[in-house]
Each structure stands twice: as C-alpha cells, then as structure tokens.
Write a protein that binds this ligand. Structure first.
Ligand SMILES: *[C@@H]1O[C@H](CO)[C@@H](O)[C@H](O)[C@H]1NC(C)=O
Ligand SMILES: *[C@@H]1O[C@H](CO)[C@@H](O)[C@H](O)[C@H]1NC(C)=O
Ligand SMILES: *[C@@H]1O[C@H](CO)[C@@H](O)[C@H](O)[C@H]1NC(C)=O
Ligand SMILES: *[C@@H]1O[C@H](CO)[C@@H](O)[C@H](O)[C@H]1NC(C)=O
Ligand SMILES: *[C@@H]1O[C@H](CO)[C@@H](O)[C@H](O)[C@H]1NC(C)=O
Ligand SMILES: *[C@@H]1O[C@H](CO)[C@@H](O)[C@H](O)[C@H]1NC(C)=O
Ligand SMILES: *[C@@H]1O[C@H](CO)[C@@H](O)[C@H](O)[C@H]1NC(C)=O
Ligand SMILES: *[C@@H]1O[C@H](CO)[C@@H](O)[C@H](O)[C@H]1NC(C)=O
Ligand SMILES: *[C@@H]1O[C@H](CO)[C@@H](O)[C@H](O)[C@H]1NC(C)=O
Length: 545
C-alpha cells in the first residue's frame, strides 16, 4: 500500500525523478559490498592479479583534524558519466571526489555532530556523526544515511554534550551537488517502538553502525548502544522511502523485557544491540538477516536446556542470528539461531559479526538450497541453512542445528568473504590469526563429509588487536584464475591474495604500501581502482597508472 494520500507532497519525490535513467555503471559500488554481504563483489571492477600487481598510488585525500571515516566510501557514476567517490564522516561532512583524479568536487556539512566529551569511548573520534555506511537509491541518484546530531538543551540542560540531547536524522541527498531531496531529512526521535510502547527512540543513547540495506523501497538500519552505555535497546528501523513510513522494532520487546526510565542505567533497557562491527545487514532481496548482541535481563536467557524452534516467535532476542521482514504493517521476526553454549561465553557474544548469504547457484546441496555463514567473537564460524537458521539446541544432544561449525583461532569482527567460482571458497580472518580459505564440497544426500574444509592460509597473521577487516573478493569478468581476496589490516594496510590457494598457501599479490587501515573496514572498488582509508584517515586510491 502506498501512502501517498497521507503524504501527498511525497508524490514529488516518487515521480519527479522517474524520468532520470539510472547512471549506475557496472563497476560502481553503490552499497557496502553485495546485497547478501557474501563479500564477493563480482567481476565488473576490471581488476585481476596481473593488473593488481602493477598498482600504484593514484591519489590520496586528507580530511580535517580529528575527522574519521567509519562509514566506507561508495563509488558511483553520475548522469554526466563522471565516476565519483562519496564519503561521509564523523564530523557529518559528506564529500564527492573524482574517482580517477581525486579532485574534490563538493563538500557539505549536514548537521552538527554530537561532541564526544560526555561519552566513555572518546577514542572513537572527536565527534560522533555518520558511522554507518550509506546506501545509494540508484534509481534516483540519491544517497541515504543516518546522521547523529544534537539539539541544545533538548531534553536536559547542559547544551549539546549530554547524551540525552543527541538525536538522529535520516538524510536523503542528491549525489550530484549534495543538496537535500525535498521533504527530507526525517527526524527519528521521540517515537515509541512498534513492539514496545515504553521504549522511546532516543537517538543520543543509540549508535547506527551497520551498513544500511536497501531492499526494494525499504531502507533497513541497525542500531546498538553508544559505547554500550545507558538504558538502550537494540533497534531495527525500516523506512519505506517512498512514503516515509517508519517502523521501529526493538530486539528486547514486550512486558518481560528489561525497562527503566532511568536513562543513565547501563543496559537498563535490555541491550541486545545491532552492531556487527559495522558489517552490513544482509538481504536475500526479500528479508533481512543480522545478528543481535548480548541482551541483559532477558527472561528467555534462563531457558538453558529446552530446545526451541527458530520459527517460534520471541519478544526478547539476544546472542542470535535473526531473519526479519518488514512491510508497512511492521517488522516480523521470521527465524533465528542462538548457539547452545551462548551462556558459557565470557563476553564472546555473537553480535560482533554479521551474516553472509552465499551465492546459491554454487553453495547448495541436494538438501539445502541456500546457505549463510556467521562468525563472531566466540571463535566459531557457523554454516547454516538460510531457510532454517537453527533455533536453539535443536541439534544432536541439545547442540546446534547448523550445517557445520568450524572452530577458529580468534575472534571475528565484521564477517567473512566468499568466492563463488572455481569450486567455491569462504574466507575468514580472525584477530591474531592468518587469513584462512575453506573450500566448499557439495556433500549430497549420500555423502556425509564436511561442507567446508581448510584449503589454505596466508603466511602472515593479522594483529591481535581488534580491527581486522572483512575479506572482500573480486574477479575479472568472473574468469577462473582472476579471483583476488582483499583484506584491510589495521597495521599492515591493504593486503591482497590470489583467491585460490596453492599447496595450502594463500599467495600474496604485492601492492603499494598503505599505512595501516581504518578498523573493521573493507576496500571499495571502482573501475580498475580500489579505495581505502588508511590508519590516519587518508583516503587512498590505488590503480594502474
Ligand atoms: C599522498 O600524496 C602525496 C602526493 O603524491 C604523497 O607525497 C604522499 O606520500 C601521499 N600520502 C600517503 C599517506 O600516501
Ligand atoms: C578504544 O579503547 C578501548 C579500550 O582500550 C579499546 O578496546 C577499543 O578498541 C578502542 N577503540 C578504538 C577505536 O581505538
Ligand atoms: C530509557 O529511559 C528513557 C527515559 O529517560 C525512556 O524514555 C526510554 O524509553 C528508555 N529506553 C529504554 C530502551 O528502556
Ligand atoms: C525463567 O525462570 C523463572 C524463574 O525460575 C521462571 O518463572 C520463568 O518462567 C522462566 N522463563 C522462561 C521463559 O522459561
Ligand atoms: C506484512 O507481513 C506480514 C507477515 O509477513 C503479513 O502477515 C502481512 O499481511 C503483511 N502486510 C502487508 C500490508 O503487506
Ligand atoms: C550429551 O551432552 C551431555 C551434556 O553436555 C554430555 O555429557 C554427553 O556426553 C553428550 N552425549 C553425547 C552422545 O554426545
Ligand atoms: C552424490 O554423492 C555420490 C557419492 O559421493 C556421487 O556418486 C554423486 O555423483 C553425487 N551427486 C551429486 C549430484 O553431486
Ligand atoms: C565477459 O565474459 C563474457 C562471457 O565469457 C564475454 O562474452 C564478455 O565479452 C566478457 N566481457 C569482458 C569485458 O571481457
Ligand atoms: C605445489 O606442489 C606441487 C607438488 O608438490 C609442486 O609441483 C608445485 O610446484 C607446488 N606449487 C607451488 C606454487 O609451490
């Protein structure tokens, strides 16, 4: 149902730009990686191991003192044919650069960022602004992003700095010129959650960190805690961008969920944030898949031994992989999986990584049509049936009803990568461990071997410190032998390997030195070029000169 009668003015937004043919080019990166977050970004970026080994630094861009880019850049081709790089920062400054030359085209500050001096986690950046990777509505040459800002003395005295005076806007701006779309932004604050009227959306107590997902005309965003403090509850916000109808679904809802109106009380709202170290919400084109962090005060958490189907509705969701669907009547939980041993963890919860939906044309068996992978802080990588995530203790002897559990050598932040060619591979880079490639074998109803087995590792390990990036894979025109797995390392910068290991080793492709990298990030690709923020927040472009 389109609500134009309720928002008649919005007909302008929906119709005024219909005549614009999308300028999107195949080599563009208009969202964080692919819609399924599989980490395979396709064959259209015109890079192969031969060209990558000839890469030079093409240009770099410097930003303001203290400004940080947790949001990954995007690459887009304007109607004029010019390919641009779009960036969005913690200072709420958005910019476009010429993708080939690095020339700054337009720069604009959207709303003032919230000053961080009142927060506990002041090492994140000087200010708190845009933190989640934007997404482009290619049909209209428009980019969407959530902006953290404040209104002075809005809820409590003290000007800008009390967290309670923080607010969120959802902005929509044109990529050509960076001006607002009419009737945007949307103000998100002060509205109760659909599934718990006590829980009011207070932007200052929340952080929008995972990359946005655009599924049709529904824009999904995950919210978790601000430095894990205050009485927050994780929220999924689903906005119909044509009608501006907003749905807010809290992960801890209903009368049994934790609640306090003391906003300063740590985890007083039950927590259950959606964080994923910034990895995007994954979609199969219909539903959205993500992980929910640990929730405090959950009544469900004392179900220690009873098996529960993932199709069972749950008011309180924590430490889980979930599948939800949104339409104008709200957000519904469709399916979920919670590890059987989640209670024994020591803060090694599942919410540090996202969900990757693998390419179902290759990653399937006689019995399982579609698969997903989730890896998090608990040193495990779970391969699940996308259509039957696993519930709780539904497996043998009360264990996990997943397709395979692969033990890892470290914590995973963000997620995994995959390569749906040459037999199929999945890549994971735990903190303090080498990048590891697991080869797929489609065990069918008559064979019972593991679906994935270790095929190779990089010779170097990532630093123990948090901040390893998400493996991201390219090929040249989907040709065998052209696959490259890229990974950002907080200390070593940008690394690249041939996607198919040789004799148990992932073979490194030499690249020009990048001085470290933004934590939990991944490189972004244009036409024969790769873009990455280094550890000092310089935007670096590499390519063949
Ligand atoms: C940025 O580009 C300048 C000019 O080419 C170069 O001197 C400088 O080393 C580059 N900075 C980094 C961090 O690569
Ligand atoms: C901030 O400091 C905490 C505690 O030392 C650390 O765990 C976290 O990784 C740091 N974050 C950043 C962005 O440096
Ligand atoms: C946190 O407290 C505020 C009152 O200060 C209340 O409006 C809000 O609903 C509470 N949030 C949660 C998630 O419990
Ligand atoms: C959790 O434990 C309490 C106390 O034993 C019990 O009353 C409650 O029903 C349990 N919750 C669930 C969902 O089983
Ligand atoms: C929304 O989705 C729910 C469950 O998927 C369905 O029952 C309902 O009919 C849908 N509503 C609309 C307006 O499409
Ligand atoms: C089943 O689980 C129990 C409790 O964890 C354990 O003691 C037992 O050895 C398990 N049995 C099998 C067959 O794995
Ligand atoms: C299934 O496995 C059996 C035994 O390993 C093999 O003979 C058969 O070709 C496989 N079928 C498919 C469709 O892969
Ligand atoms: C990509 O591969 C297809 C099929 O092999 C071929 O028809 C096409 O010309 C190739 N495109 C490029 C740009 O190489
Ligand atoms: C891989 O192992 C085979 C057999 O031992 C050997 O012939 C080949 O040279 C090795 N390849 C590389 C790249 O080391």
């Amino acid at each position: 149902m389109r609500l134009f009668d309720r928002f008649p003015a919005l007909i302008c937004f929906a119709s005024a730009f219909n005549s614009l043919a999308s300028a999107l080019a195949p080599s563009d990166t208009w969202r964080d990686a692919d819609i399924g977050q599989s980490g395979y970004v396709g064959g259209d970026h015109n890079i192969d191991p031969e060209s990558a080994s000839q890469f030079k630094q093409l240009w770099n861009a410097t930003f303001k003192e203290g400004e940080r880019h947790w949001a990954k850049p995007l690459v887009y081709t304007l109607q004029s044919g010019r390919q641009i790089v779009f960036t969005a920062s913690t200072e709420n400054i958005v910019r476009t650069f010429d993708a080939a030359t690095g020339e700054l085209i337009v720069e604009r500050q959207i709303h003032p960022p919230w000053p961080m001096e009142a927060a506990y986690c002041t090492n994140v950046s000087k200010s708190m602004g845009i933190m989640g990777t934007p997404v482009i509505y290619a049909e209209y040459d428009v980019v969407f992003f959530y902006v953290k800002s404040y209104i002075e003395d809005y809820r409590v005295p003290g000007g800008a700095s009390p967290a309670l005076n923080g607010v969120y806007y959802l902005n929509a701006i044109y990529l050509d010129g960076l001006q607002d779309v009419y009737y945007w932004p949307i103000f998100l604050d002060d509205v109760p959650a659909d599934n718990d009227p006590r829980k009011i959306f207070l932007g200052g107590l929340l952080l929008q960190r995972p990359s946005l997902a655009m599924v049709g005309n529904i824009l999904y965003a995950g919210f978790g805690g601000m430095c894990d403090a205050f009485n927050y509850t994780g929220v999924l916000v689903a906005v119909n961008v044509d009608t501006q109808k907003v749905n807010r679904w809290v992960t801890q809802g209903g009368p049994n969920s934790a609640y306090t109106d003391d906003w300063t009380l740590w985890h007083g709202g039950g927590a259950g944030g959606i964080w994923q170290a910034g990895m995007g919400l994954a979609s199969d084109g219909q539903d959205v898949f993500f992980t929910v962090d640990n929730g405090g005060g959950s009544t469900d958490t004392n179900i220690s031994t009873k098996a529960i189907s993932g199709k069972m509705p749950m008011d309180i969701v924590s430490e889980s992989v979930v599948r939800v669907n949104a339409n104008d009547s709200g957000v519904q939980l469709q399916d979920w999986f919670r590890p059987f041993d989640y209670q024994s963890d020591q803060g090694e919860d599942i919410g540090s990584g996202g969900v990757s939906i693998l390419d179902s044309s290759l990653f399937k068996t006689d019995k399982v049509k579609r698969m997903a992978v989730a890896a998090s802080k608990n040193f495990k990588m779970y391969i699940t049936d996308l259509d039957n995530l696993g519930g709780y203790r539904e497996g043998k002897n009360g264990t996990d009803a997943v397709l395979q559990t692969i033990p890892l050598d470290g914590e995973v932040y963000g997620g995994i990568g995959s390569y749906p060619l040459e037999g199929g591979y999945v890549y994971v880079n735990p903190a303090g461990a080498p990048l590891s490639a697991y080869r797929f074998s489609s065990s069918n109803s008559t064979s019972s071997g593991p679906l994935f087995s270790l095929a190779g590792r990089s010779s170097i390990s990532s630093p123990h410190a948090r901040g390893v990036g998400i493996p991201t894979v390219t090929s040249r025109n989907s040709t065998a032998g052209s696959g490259i797995v890229w990974v950002t390392d907080a200390e070593k910068g940008l690394l690249a390997y041939k996607a198919v290991p040789v004799n148990g080793t992932l073979m490194e492709i030499p690249l020009p030195k990048v001085e470290g990298a933004m934590m939990y990030s991944r490189p972004v690709f244009g036409d024969g070029r790769v873009y990455v923020f280094d550890a000092k927040d310089k935007l670096i472009a590499l390519g063949v000169k």
